[in-house]
Design a protein around this ligand. Structure first.
Ligand code: ZN
Length: 89
């Protein structure tokens, strides 16, 4: 079964944490050894079918060559293990 996604949420931050998650930005900065002034952004996609539980969340690290990280999860529910096993695309 396939899912069609639409963008449900977007946020970009210059520093600190995302509004929806207390640690995610810090985890990413640490894992990728980023300077504190590198902006991060997030896009959360939801399936167009109501009640379908499938979400994807894409985090972008705004380097000269941006890095996109994809999580198969709602943005609030991303945990440290997701970050270890994540797909970089
Ligand atoms: Zn779906």
């Amino acid at each position: 079964m396939s899912h069609s996604f639409y963008p449900k949420f977007e946020e970009k931050i210059e520093r600190g944490e995302f509004s929806f998650h207390p640690f995610l930005a810090s985890w990413i900065r640490k894992k990728f050894q980023l300077d504190l002034n590198i902006p991060l952004s997030v896009k959360e996609f939801s399936c167009i079918e109501q009640n379908c539980p499938i979400f994807t969340t894409q985090v972008t690290i705004h380097l000269l060559n941006p890095i996109h990280i994809k999580f198969m999860r709602e943005k609030e529910k991303i945990n440290k293990i997701d970050l270890q096993t994540t797909l970089i695309c």
